[in-house]
Design a protein around this ligand. Structure first.
Ligand code: ZN
Ligand code: FE
Length: 254
């Protein structure tokens, strides 16, 4: 079983490094240098690079990593343009990473981008910019229906699943969540805990799916308080996709 190491990058990105013995895999290396630093310090050999989607802050470091580890395999969405892709994926595959035990399930989660993938295995979910702690990604390419269905699909994983998203956006996400559901006690508690962590500059990721299902409004589009908030913003049906779309638009201008 692998360990997961957090590598902060840019302003608020997280690059996740999976390590077992002396082998490593890395997810969404937007920048090579902080990853190379960890690999050198820990004397690890990089065997695999996994990409969730094509945005530069998720794939910008591939070239630099391949320059040092030319045999690393690059797993990436088949329908997106990603540097050095050697294993194009569409979702539904099960992949093994050289040197790491266990397999990862590849899940297609269109919405933020059309080819966006999530990787799930060993109780860990690496979901890029689809599901965030307390929120979800913007709809740059997909429709609200696609994103809503992608989130439903992730929410169906076990409650104890650890959610490793690609950005530290939790505090702002929970401010929005509280505007949607001011009466959600679990959400209030979480917002307080997150404020304490962030004041000390500590990370709030990973969270768990149980926490997300209790507090993330984008996973709660069937809850009466969330539906009521969407209705107050002009939604006329209880359709969870319409509720989701209204929340996502509201968040864009929040
Ligand atoms: Zn992105
Ligand atoms: Fe991103």
């Amino acid at each position: 079983m692998f360990d997961v190491i957090r590598i902060p990058a840019f302003k608020d990105n997280y690059i996740w490094l999976l390590r077992q013995d002396m082998r490593a895999a890395v997810i969404d290396p937007g920048d090579a240098s902080p990853v190379l630093e960890v690999l050198r310090r820990e004397k690890l050999e990089l065997s695999s690079i996994l990409i969730t989607h094509h945005h530069q802050d998720h794939q910008g470091g591939i070239d630099g990593l391949l320059a040092c580890f030319p045999s690393a395999k690059v797993f990436a969405p088949a329908r997106e343009s990603v540097t050095g892709t050697s294993a194009p994926l569409r979702g539904g595959e099960r992949i093994r990473l050289a040197g790491l035990d266990g397999e990862l399930r590849v899940i297609a989660v269109p919405g933020h981008t059309l080819g966006h993938l999530a990787y799930y295995g060993e109780g860990c979910l690496f979901c890029g910019d689809t599901l965030f702690a307390g929120g979800c990604g913007r709809l740059f390419e997909g429709t609200p229906r696609e994103m809503a269905e992608s989130l439903v699909c992730l929410a169906a994983l076990p409650d104890e699943t650890k959610v490793y998203c690609a950005h530290e956006y939790t505090e702002a996400n929970l401010r929005f969540a509280l505007a949607v559901e001011p009466g959600n006690r679990a959400l209030r508690r979480r917002a307080d805990e997150v404020a304490v962590l962030r004041a000390k500059d500590l990370p709030t990721v990973p969270s768990t799916l149980a926490v997300e299902k209790a507090t993330n409004p984008f996973l709660r589009c069937r809850e009466p308080e969330v539906i009521a908030a969407a209705r107050a913003r002009g939604v006329t049906e209880n359709d969870p996709v319409a509720v989701f779309a209204a929340l996502r638009e509201w968040k864009n201008e929040f």
